[in-house]
Ligand binder design. Structure first.
Ligand code: DAK
Length: 260
């Protein structure tokens, strides 16, 4: 599929989606949201894609937020439509069922950080800056930021980030758990790929079940989450991958998972 505002490349099980509006620091306009929605559909349906990396074009920015020029034209009705569509796209990212990594190469602000928070994992360049500055525009985060930041880093961090609207360094984001790993900018891709390669070497079905248990389970009371976990555990025990993984351990060799 041809995309207007993003690039989609795929090799060796890894799809890389690059948001490509460098002139406006990869701000998310309506067209870009549509592109993202279609690209995540394409990655979900492509059996060769096992992990998705999402990043921004250029060295300066991941995504500097929703496109403020477009937002400035909102009326209550179009704001509601935009909110609904944006939330649907981010839900699609969150629930695509394959591991997703936001590789934050620069500014991740507002809707940009919210998009990164919808991914399963986040890596960042040490030069990246992150925040939810919506209150400085007289609005609040509208793409799930109040909910996902709270779940990722806890209500204390979410209150500080959202109420101050301040920008935080990658180091601070790492310290409070907003990003999983940080790397000097020139090592960001290699460091991210190392993490991705670990995931690719594991049982693909087990990885998908683990994502489901964590994502769905974190919205459930603990006991129900544990029941979901035991159901998925039982399903994992029905796979050839389980026999391969355990057989390989016993035979002291590397497993050769088939995703079956
Ligand atoms: N939108 C549109 N253009 C942007 C932009 C943005 N978010 N961010 C940067 N640009 C543009 C700049 O206008 C500039 O364009 P020209 O003037 O060259 O034409 C170009 O990108 C380069 O930016 P700067 O010249 O400003 O670059 P600096 O290095 O000086 O500053 C900066 C970098 C990231 C600190 C600065 O650009 C900045 O503060 N940008 C805005 C950050 C921000 O406030 N982002 C928006 C957060 S609010 C909703 C759901 C969600 C949302 C909204 C609604 N609904 C439910 C309806 C989300 C809202 C947000 O994301």
């Amino acid at each position: 599929m041809a995309y207007k505002n993003l690039l989609l490349e795929s090799a060796d099980g890894v799809a890389t989606i690059t948001i490509n509006r460098e002139k406006v620091l990869n701000a998310l306009n309506d067209e870009t949201l549509t592109d993202l929605s279609n690209a995540f559909d394409e990655c979900r349906e492509d059996a060769d894609v096992r992990v998705v990396i999402l990043t921004g074009a250029g060295e300066k920015s991941f995504v500097a937020g929703a496109d403020i020029r477009e937002l400035a034209k909102m009326n209550p009705l179009s704001a509601k439509d935009l909110a609904y569509r944006g939330q649907q796209v981010l839900a699609k990212v969150e629930h695509m069922g394959k591991p997703t990594v936001a590789m934050i190469n620069g500014f991740a602000l507002g809707g940009g950080l919210e998009l990164a928070l919808a991914c399963n994992l986040r890596t960042a360049a040490t030069t990246a800056r992150m925040g939810l500055p919506e209150v400085s525009l007289g609005i609040i985060p509208g793409y799930g930021g109040t909910q996902r930041l709270t779940r990722v880093a806890g209500p204390g961090v979410a209150r500080e980030w959202i109420l101050t609207g301040d920008m935080f360094t990658a180091e601070e984001a790492h310290r409070v758990g907003v990003v999983n790993r940080i790397f000097p900018p020139e090592e960001l891709l290699a460091g991210t790929m190392k993490m991705v390669e670990s995931i690719l070497s594991r049982g693909p079905i087990a990885v998908r079940f683990a994502i489901e248990a964590i994502s769905r389970g974190s919205n459930m009371p603990q006991r129900e989450g544990e029941i979901l976990e035991s159901d998925l555990f039982g399903l994992a025990a029905s796979t050839e991958d389980m026999h391969e993984g355990m057989g390989a351990f016993i035979e002291k060799r590397k497993p050769n998972f088939q995703g079956k």
